[in-house]
Design a protein around this ligand. Structure first.
Ligand code: F6P
Length: 324
């Protein structure tokens, strides 16, 4: 293999730039040409590619977002779109790719790899930490710390006013950000999609807090929770708690996607970027590089996409014990 492509796709995540840097610098080290593909599969279809050198990735290890930009391409989901992408890759002599993204990115890469035989190795880049085959995904740690910073600030004002706050965090169908930021922020309760939290339990938790003279309560709600958004949960429980209860809702939203990556994310992204590149050069294809128990492993895309990544029920249990 003499020339490869690298791209980021799906929702951006802090640390994607550090990952791109590792792929590019690793390629330079191994004497391989590397082309950046802008805007994920959309740019692949449009032929929006450029040759990257070592200096193309200078001063980006600390930057959030992705210098290659990102997109979710509907066209790539069609056979016609994938044919255009293949023609562009052939026109640029690209023989293999490193794809940085999440579930949707790897689903696309797997279908494309099966159809056209172009080998792709993935690096897991998503704040959601929802990918089987790696303990942590690039961007998760930073997102948790961003959410935590917000929770700490909200705690200050909540406690000054004796208020209840429902704070909604991202994660799509996964509760990882909610659990970790909730534990670190001393939340009274965490609601996640993986485990049913009856509204009666939310009400009970709040009542118990008052009976112990708690000056504030924070409920962290993962955006994919079955009870609905934080606004909806707050609305539903309003009538079931003391009429004097002062309730507020904060949705953290895309603040969790931005910002300078944490040291942990930069190191993880560097390991996974280099690991994906060296896997590709070593003959791996249609797999995702991941770190499990501090070891680099490759998991077939099929498994990363299909297999669930269960949340630790022990951690959820701990939230309840520690909030008493
Ligand atoms: O997958 C990352 C993520 O931020 C999810 O947590 C969230 O559900 C989704 O992307 C938001 O997507 P968009 O940026 O397209 O609104």
């Amino acid at each position: 293999m003499k020339r490869i492509g690298v791209f980021t796709s799906g929702g951006d995540a802090p640390g994607m730039n550090a990952c791109i840097r590792a792929v590019v610098r690793g390629a330079v080290y191994h004497g391989i040409e590397v082309f950046g593909i802008r805007r994920g599969y959309s740019g692949m279809i449009a032929g929006d590619v450029y040759k990257m050198e070592s200096h193309s990735v200078s001063n980006i290890v600390q930057r959030g977002g992705t210098i290659l930009k990102s997109a979710r391409s509907k066209e790539f989901m069609t056979p016609e779109g994938r044919k255009k992408a293949y023609d562009q890759l052939m026109a640029h002599g690209i023989e293999g790719m490193v794809a940085i993204g999440g579930n949707g990115t790897f689903t696309g890469a797997m279908i494309f790899g099966n159809e056209y035989g172009i080998p792709t190795v993935g690096a897991p880049g998503t704040i959601d930490n929802d990918l089987y085959g790696t303990d942590y995904t690039i961007g998760f740690d930073t997102a948790v710390n961003t959410a935590l910073d917000a929770i700490d600030r909200i705690r200050d004002t909540a406690s000054s006013h004796d208020r209840i706050f429902f704070i909604e965090v991202m994660g799509r169908d996964s509760g990882y950000i909610a659990v970790q930021s909730g534990i670190a922020g001393g939340a009274e309760l965490v609601m996640v999609p993986e485990v049913l939290t009856p509204l009666s339990e939310v009400v009970e938790t709040l009542k118990q807090g008052w009976s112990r003279s708690k000056s504030s309560s924070i409920i962290v709600v993962a955006e994919g929770d079955e009870a609905g958004s934080a606004v909806e949960v707050a609305e539903k429980i309003k009538s079931q708690v003391d009429e004097n209860a002062d309730i507020r809702v904060t949705t953290l939203g895309h603040t969790q996607r931005g910002g300078s990556p944490s040291a942990y994310d930069r190191i993880l992204a560097s390991r996974l970027g280099l690991g994906a590149l060296e896997g590709l050069l070593g003959g791996q294809k249609n797999v995702m590089a991941g770190i499990i128990n501090n070891e680099l492993v490759y998991t077939p895309f099929e498994d990363t996409i299909r297999l669930p990544k269960p949340i630790s029920e022990d951690l959820l249990r701990m939230v309840k014990i520690l909030s008493v």
